[in-house]
Write a protein that binds this ligand. Sequence first.
Ligand SMILES: Cc1cc2nc3c(=O)[nH]c(=O)nc-3n(C[C@H](O)[C@H](O)[C@H](O)COP(=O)(O)OP(=O)(O)OC[C@H]3O[C@@H](n4cnc5c(N)ncnc54)[C@H](O)[C@@H]3O)c2cc1C
Length: 319
Amino acid sequence: MTIDSTDFGAAGRSLRSFAANPELRSAFAAPGSPLRTAFAPAARRFVAAADEDEVLDRVVTLTGKGYLTSVEAVGEEITDPAEIEAVVTGYLSLLARTPVPVQLGFDLTAVGMLRSPGLALDNTARILETAARHDSSVVISMERSELVDDILDVFFKLAQHHDNVGVTVQAHLHRTADDLPAVAATGAKVRLVKGVYAEPADVALPRGGELTDRYLELAERFAGAGTRLALATHDATLLGLARNQGLLDRVDEIEMLHGVQPELLRAHREAGTACRVYLTYGENWWLHLLHRVAEHPPTVITALADLADPDRVVFGAQY
Ligand SMILES: Cc1cc2nc3c(=O)[nH]c(=O)nc-3n(C[C@H](O)[C@H](O)[C@H](O)COP(=O)(O)OP(=O)(O)OC[C@H]3O[C@@H](n4cnc5c(N)ncnc54)[C@H](O)[C@@H]3O)c2cc1C
């Protein structure tokens, strides 16, 4: 039996359906969850640390190896006010204790967006003010297409008063080409990603050559506008094309999620491009793990091997 791209596509859809399944999600979140215990060794490849103290140690380790870092408390959309406040105070405490400047990344739906854009604005402003006192910054993540208007609106307001805020934009969305001039005009840092959310064809392109071309065009336009740009992708072919067209000399950095393609990132660092590792931490990693495996279903085998032999995951070894 051979496994082909159709099988991998179907496997990815199954994994995304596990990620979205509310019963599995609440089973994972329950105290003492057997699901969490069973899959924890596989999550450790992608989720860098259990808590704030450990992630700061990880930041120091990777900084020592010559990498830049991003940090995010892993989680899902939040509506409970107490949980939102806990996320915000967690970031404030991390910023107060970090021994090196950090770049935070988070979803606005983790800091109040689903209650009101005003709450997400206020909470992100609190984090930015503390970050500024510690030479640190925030690059806001981009979420599903229904939320993009509200997220950009909050970002534009923050960018008027904070020079340490940046934003993520998704190349797969058709609208991004039109959003680009206003985003570039802020002078803020931009992270360019393909986009992780399943979107309809009238909203976004699927993976493929057309998306690669569009990603590179958007990157060229941002670089041409003088934007501080991070190419956030694990796609070796795309990065090879970017290098061939001289784009890597005109962007600030390449950024990858921790645990995905570490050897590729290391090769780019050794070739002289600034490279950033995006570190997630915390216990609420169900979606994060399943999305990483769904994006590249052969990773199922790696995950199963990690379950059998947890000691083979050694933080930082492949960087
Ligand atoms: C730093 C960072 C921040 C991000 N922030 C956001 C955000 O705010 N909003 C958002 O929508 N998305 C975000 N993403 C996710 C992004 O949109 C993509 O879903 C993700 O990067 C996968 O796409 P890709 O560019 O790697 O290319 P893909 O087309 O998914 O993959 C291209 C190739 O990369 C390799 N590859 C990909 N994944 C793996 C893997 N797990 N293991 C091994 N090889 C792999 C494979 O060879 C694959 O063929 C972020 C990604 C990064 C790196």
